[in-house]
Design a protein around this ligand. Structure first.
Ligand code: FES
Length: 356
């Protein structure tokens, strides 16, 4: 990540500055400078809809190039504890290192990172970024035909893809289905409508589900008759993805379907929970059968690693020391000592111990 010369300077600086580390000094001079993470300043905030904001995050040093569709982990310090959440990048991918990116955040009402960024963050605040990741990306070699289907916040990675395409010369024809409960609820609608009016390669279908019902197989066949010739990117809640999977699977066309889920469909679990013990912190928390291990840890003020909170990114994985778990998506019982378990989609099925 750093040049060898920079590495030598950092090493030397570490010797000279002990017990304070170089980061401490750098922070004194400029709160954006750090060698260990990408600190970013909130440089601009755009209010998109009630409870939805776009934040422009500007770093002091270049962020590695990202690909359109990838997500980035964003950390904020709340009451002295670093909380981290993954967000799709919405800005265009230029293929080059850059010092600014944007994320569009929807408040969840659960009081975490999203709610902080939407309701309390102000320009000038400092947040922490990690290198972008994810394989839900615009192909490096563009196909002739692309279909994008987004519901709710699922628009965010697809918007990055569209913005990236808008900067490039290409022969790709794109049809974008933008879904939400009502037209007024559609995030980034105005930008996408403007693009559809100005760019021949881009068609937009607005799909207010309260009026039209869900975008289903019949709608797909009617609105996009050539869908089978396209590479299709779908992002939205679990129900949309499950439906898309069944349509493409029935046509033996799954290799042309690319999906990203931002919400997990959880089963309603009947059963007992248990006490979750956190071995390293010495804390414990009673949790019912529908409370994730992650939520239990946070309720006990244990620093729990997490990212998407939806079973996708595997950031929340910790070792299980004892007890049985229940998968909150399927209700399935599982767990042996030593298993690495995703805390965001598992709950205690009895008293359990985690090595965190
Ligand atoms: S937080 Fe992403 S998988 Fe659990």
């Amino acid at each position: 990540m750093y040049s060898s010369r920079m590495t030598r300077i950092v090493t030397l600086a570490k010797r000279l500055t002990t017990p304070l580390l170089p980061d401490d000094y750098l922070t004194l001079f400029n709160p954006l400078l750090t060698f260990d993470s990408y600190r970013a300043r909130v440089s601009q905030i755009n209010e998109e809809l009630p409870g939805v904001r776009t934040l422009h995050l500007r770093t002091a040093r270049n962020l590695p190039a990202f690909r359109a569709g990838q997500h980035v982990r964003v950390g904020v310090d709340l009451k002295g504890v670093r909380h981290v959440r993954s967000f799709s990048i919405t800005s265009a991918a230029t293929g080059m290192a850059a010092r600014e990116l944007t994320i569009t955040v929807k408040a969840t009402g659960q009081g975490g990172v999203s709610d902080h960024l939407v309701h309390r963050a102000v320009t000038g605040d400092i947040v922490y970024l990690e290198q972008a990741s994810g394989d839900f990306v615009l192909p490096a070699e563009l196909p002739d035909r692309i279909v994008m289907i987004a519901a709710g916040s699922g628009v965010t990675p697809l918007l990055s893809m569209v913005r990236t395409l808008a900067l490039a010369e290409h022969d790709t024809k794109v049809t974008f289905v933008l879904g939400a409960r009502t037209t007024q609820d559609m995030i980034h609608r105005h930008e996408l409508v403007a693009l559809s009016e100005n760019q021949e390669w881009f068609d937009l279908i607005l799909w207010p589900s309260a009026a039209l019902g869900h975008f289903n197989r019949a709608a797909l066949l009617r609105e996009i008759p050539d869908w089978q010739s396209a590479q299709t990117f779908v992002c939205g809640p679990a129900g949309l993805l499950t439906h898309a999977d069944s349509i493409w699977r029935s046509q033996n066309a799954l290799e042309r379907l690319h999906t990203e889920q931002f919400q997990t469909r959880l089963a309603k679990i009947d059963g007992r929970g248990g006490t979750v013990s956190f071995a390293k912190s010495g804390r414990s928390q009673a949790a019912d059968a529908n409370t994730s291990l992650l939520q239990a840890g946070e309720a006990a003020d244990v620093l729990m690693p997490n990212g998407c909170r939806a079973g996708i990114c595997h950031t929340c994985v910790v070792p299980l020391k004892a007890g049985k778990l229940r998968d909150l998506r399927s209700g399935e019982l599982h767990g042996e000592p030593g298993d690495m378990v995703q805390t965001c989609i598992n709950a205690a099925a009895c008293d359990v111990e985690l090595d965190v």
